[in-house]
Design a protein around this ligand. Structure first.
Ligand SMILES: Cc1ncc(C[n+]2csc(CCOP(=O)(O)OP(=O)(O)O)c2C)c(N)n1
Length: 376
């Protein structure tokens, strides 16, 4: 039977774990909602990336001598490896923490192409990192002693302890917190408009999650080909760098990067090179729904920054922030006809269709078709 998130949270709290940080994952979303409901805002920090979460947990330990809980999808383990091995590791500062990792792509469980390799090498990866771990599955009856033992191990050995969480482990949690986001456009209707205005010979690089899935479906619905769109199905946070690479390689071609707020924040530092290189053919569009919508709708920290101010300081040009369909439609022709690097933030209301499909073209075929298009 699946674990009730509140019971899991209470067990952590009973063991003095009172600080939580991570990057959301759909397998952990019910627990994440429960933590949000039960701890003050400054005790639950949605980190920009998984490495930051390890560092935050380290700082919290230094300041309190207590342990934090870090959570992430296994896709984010790569971001965390550096601070795990060069900061928290027993051979360096030896920092105790508990880490929950959602096991996407577990062998034998159907999943999307971007998760398969990560899921397959998951156990070997943890073993080669010399991280102590245990696996928790939905049919786990003895999860309490397992979790208590892991917490004890981390504490007494001053090291990270990982729980690898299988799909379906957490039961549904009914959140009492309601969304305060006040915007009118949905991401899908906005993408529909955008795709009409993006110049015919432009290439699109879109971000991880439902943005790319919606682009794929809109193309199919409109009987349009998919070869101009690079759907960054994995590698969250890197679509702007992929787009920058294409923009440098093909200065005559317009390159449109369609980003998400969680992804934009994840590797914000990368955008300093957009400012430095000043590619005139670079068009950055931020689909800002203020949350990690694709994995459960957990708030990002974007509402605490001045987005247009940030990109101004990064030396983007023609910067706009838009929140109505009319303003969007009125801006796009001029936007795509002005030299970049240009930036539009589009403020959206979170949400997506429950029946949203997934790309049916294999990533490697997406790449080959795109390369053929870019050769023209
Ligand atoms: C490194 C990494 N961490 C976490 C994830 C899991 N993940 C996939 S999509 C997504 C949310 C992206 O949020 P945002 O960019 O705001 O786009 P939205 O889903 O709101 O459209 C997350 C956290 C991932 N794929 N890779």
């Amino acid at each position: 039977m699946a674990i009730r998130p509140l019971q899991f949270y209470r067990l952590l709290a009973d063991n003095n774990i009172e600080f939580f940080t991570g990057v959301p994952d759909s397998l952990l979303k019910q627990l994440c909602l429960c933590i949000d409901d039960n701890v003050p805002n400054d005790r639950h920090v949605i980190a920009a990336n998984e490495g930051n979460a390890i560092a935050l947990a380290t700082g919290y330990h230094l300041g309190t001598n207590e342990m934090a809980l870090v959570y992430m999808q296994n896709s984010g383990l790569g971001n965390a490896i550096n601070p795990l091995l060069s900061l928290a590791d027993p051979e360096v500062y030896s920092i105790p923490m508990v880490i929950l990792i959602g096991w996407r792509g577990e062998p034998g469980v159907k999943d999307e192409p971007q998760h398969i390799k990560q899921g397959k090498v998951q156990l070997e990866l943890l073993e080669s990192l010399k991280l102590k771990y245990d696996i928790i599955s939905p049919d786990e009856t003895a999860w309490r002693p397992k979790v208590e033992n892991g917490i004890k191990f981390a504490k007494s050995n001053n090291c990270p302890y990982v729980f690898l969480i299988k799909k379906g482990t957490f039961d549904k949690y009914d959140s009492v917190l309601k969304s305060e986001i006040d915007a009118s456009m949905t991401r899908e209707e906005t993408l529909e408009i955008l795709l009409k205005y993006i110049p015919q010979d432009a290439v699109i690089v879109s971000t991880t999650g439902k943005t790319s899935r919606e682009i794929f479906e809109i193309r199919a619905r409109n009987n349009e080909p998919h070869f101009k769109d690079f759907l960054t199905v994995g590698s969250m946070g890197h679509c702007s760098s992929i787009a920058l690479g294409i923009a440098i390689a093909q200065p005559q071609r317009k390159v449109v990067c369609i980003d998400g707020d969680g992804a934009f924040l994840m590797h914000l530092g990368a955008l300093a090179n957009v400012g430095k290189i000043q590619p005139t053919n670079f068009y950055h569009i931020l689909m800002n729904n203020f949350v990690h919508e694709s994995v459960g709708g957990q708030k990002t920290a974007i509402d605490s920054i001045d987005v247009t101010g940030v990109v101004k300081s990064l030396k983007y040009k023609n910067i706009k922030s838009i929140n109505t369909v009319v303003d969007l439609s009125n801006s796009l022709n001029e936007y795509f006809n002005s030299d970049g690097p240009n930036f539009i933030e589009i403020q959206l209301k979170p949400g997506s269709r429950p029946d949203l499909g997934r790309p049916t073209i294999k990533p490697v075929d997406n790449k080959l078709n795109l390369i053929k298009f870019l050769k023209k």
